[in-house]
Design a protein around this ligand. Structure first.
Ligand SMILES: [Zn+2]
Length: 242
């Protein structure tokens, strides 16, 4: 009789242990999947400069302090070095002011020109008309400028909100995932650069306006970047008849 009772207690304890272990594992997986959804690595393009450095020219007086602050912020990470020049910068930073229908939802635009894996140049612009209309603070405008500079060095949109490259970013500055992406981009692929006989392409990134208290919706990250061909080939075959 005693033996049966011991066996029963043993059975109950074993079942309890299995339930507890299963529950712990379940929570483990759950918390892991939540983390995976909220923080993800910032993606980067297949093109970049030869080294993590480029000259930049700020062509505007109205947002010069914003661009200067954003450049300073990126340079402080030591992942990329923006060198300020007064003429002929590889990257041209500017601003415009338009509330016209075509730009009424656009806070910023960056055009990145590349061929093969070689980033050639970039033009990046803030839409001050829209930024002021939606009452972006200078810190929030700087966040947008940091995002645009991210595109000029080859970063793509991050679906995660915990990144300066979140495609609807207003509130976040450069995050560790963004620095890590630049370091990984410029340290792992440099041996694979190709530039010959590839078309010159331009990728355009549009930054949608983010109104205060906006309800964030899970729409498509890819809706805000387009690629078009600028010229067919970088190296023209001179032997070919005109
Ligand atoms: Zn963007």
């Amino acid at each position: 009789m005693k033996k049966t009772k011991d066996g029963f207690i043993h059975y109950v304890l074993s079942m309890a242990a299995i339930v507890i272990l299963t529950t712990m594992l379940g929570f483990g997986f759950l918390s892991h999947s939540i983390r995976a959804q909220t923080i993800s690595a910032t993606p980067y393009s297949s093109y970049r400069y030869e080294s993590p450095s480029a000259t930049i020219q700020v062509k505007t007086t109205s947002t010069k302090s914003i661009w200067d602050a954003a450049i300073k912020k990126w340079n402080a990470t030591h992942a990329f070095d923006f060198k300020l020049v007064s003429t002929g910068g590889t990257i041209q930073a500017d601003s415009f002011s338009s509330l016209a229908p075509a730009y009424s939802t656009i806070a910023g635009i960056t055009y990145s020109n590349y061929t093969g894996t070689q980033l050639l140049s970039a033009q990046t612009r803030l839409n001050t008309g829209i930024l002021n209309k939606y009452r972006y603070t200078n810190a929030e405008k700087t966040n947008v400028a940091e995002h645009e500079l991210g595109h000029t060095m080859g970063l793509l949109h991050n679906p995660s909100q915990k990144s300066v490259m979140y495609y609807k970013n207003r509130y976040l500055s450069i995050q560790p995932v963004d620095i890590a992406a630049v370091e990984k981009d410029y340290h792992t692929l440099i041996a694979n650069d190709t530039t010959t006989n590839a078309p010159i392409l331009q990728q355009t990134f549009f930054e949608p306006i983010v109104p205060k208290k906006a309800v964030l919706q899970a729409d498509s990250v890819n809706a805000f970047c387009q690629v078009k061909t600028v010229s067919d080939f970088t190296a023209v075959d001179t032997a070919r008849p005109a």
